[in-house]
Design a protein around this ligand. Structure first.
Ligand SMILES: Cc1cc2nc3c(=O)[nH]c(=O)nc-3n(C[C@H](O)[C@H](O)[C@H](O)COP(=O)(O)O)c2cc1C
Length: 315
């Protein structure tokens, strides 16, 4: 991989957003099976922790070859910790390094990580510069419009570009809007002519068609929540038939068990199972069963029951 990776990538870039607790290897594999052209990111991972060689974090960002090109997302505030963490990521075979400068979670902000770096752009630029200088991999930044209504997006984007960033992804909301407040893509469209690096739009995209409309003059689109329970969002043609979804859901569960072990894999699969049926009022009666499954066999059993009940309803 080289620094031109993002520039040379076929446009529009279509990406699965990093989502802590969700976009682990199993879910990323499933999304890539739906659309092999998408780019996937790991869940955000502490640069400090990785720099100390934390085993749990190494496991957290583990991936399989079919996920390539996969980008690892790191958060932190100390340039040197990033440099050390990036050494590990390079050796592990990642295709790129993404730096989290957008997370608004209270814990993250209190530690001056994530979006807090938008209040301290000099540190943000120093991090990007240190990472860019010390890796062969492309470096990207994921951020938001800004901290509040004072739009410093242009100067921030120029700053990270000058520091060596090769791509910027922007969730088109401010800090205080967290994930549900008003969204404004216009500052992104206006930014496009002011920087050379590609720009990915993120936030509130509900389908591929919707994203291709919102992309405007930008280079790519990133989908987060709309992919939960719906990896088919990466297809132009939605999948609505539950029978068609079942083999994919089963494979997702099997990947979970394979990557996390039988106990943790199933426990963590439960929320995905609920996501898969969340838009189906007919499956309401099965939600409590899905929330309590203990193994792959039980998952198969409840999915089969849902299928039978849907067939009976439509008969
Ligand atoms: C459960 C959850 C976890 C998230 N974790 C991360 C993360 O680890 N790193 C990150 O940059 N953004 C994270 N985000 C933000 C998403 O990447 C994305 O920017 C946001 O959800 C807006 O996109 P959407 O409207 O398509 O979901 C997370 C969002 C959700 C809902």
């Amino acid at each position: 991989m080289n620094k031109d990776f993002w520039q040379n990538l076929k446009k529009p870039i279509i990406a699965l957003a990093p989502m802590d607790g969700y976009t682990d290897s199993a879910f990323r594999q499933i999304c890539k099976e739906v659309n092999p052209a998408i780019i996937v990111f790991t869940e955000f991972t502490s640069a400090d922790g990785l720099s100390h060689g934390a085993k749990t974090l190494k496991e957290k960002i583990a991936f399989v070859p079919s996920e390539q090109p996969i980008i690892v997302q790191l958060f932190g505030k100390e340039p040197q910790k990033f440099v050390e963490a990036v050494k590990y990521c390079e050796a592990a075979g990642f295709a790129g390094i993404d730096i989290n400068m957008g997370c608004p979670a209270r814990k993250v902000i209190r530690s001056e990580h994530g979006l807090a770096l938008r209040k301290d752009p000099e540190t943000a630029f120093r991090i990007v510069e240190a990472v860019a200088k010390n890796t062969k991999l492309p470096v990207s930044v994921k951020t938001r419009l800004g901290w509040d209504g004072n739009l410093d997006l242009d100067s921030f984007a120029k700053g990270i570009e000058n520091a060596g960033a090769n791509l910027i992804t922007i969730h088109a909301r401010f800090f205080k809007e967290v994930r549900f407040g008003p969204i404004d893509y216009n500052p992104l469209y206006e930014l496009k002519s002011k920087i050379k690096i590609p720009i990915i739009v993120n936030g509130g995209i509900t389908s591929l068609t919707d994203g291709l409309e919102k992309i405007g003059n930008l280079d790519g689109l990133m989908i987060g929540r709309a992919a939960l329970g719906n990896p088919w969002v990466f297809n132009l043609k939605p999948v609505t038939n539950f029978s068609e979804k079942i083999p994919v859901i089963k494979r997702h569960a099997a990947y979970m068990v394979k990557t996390k072990g039988a106990k943790a894999g199933i426990l963590q699969m439960r929320k995905h199972l609920l996501d898969y049926v969340s838009a189906m009022p007919q499956a309401k009666n099965f939600r409590s069963q899905l929330a309590r499954v203990n193994n792959l066999k039980e998952i198969d059993g409840v999915l089969a029951e849902i299928k039978t009940s849907l067939a009976a309803e439509s008969a």
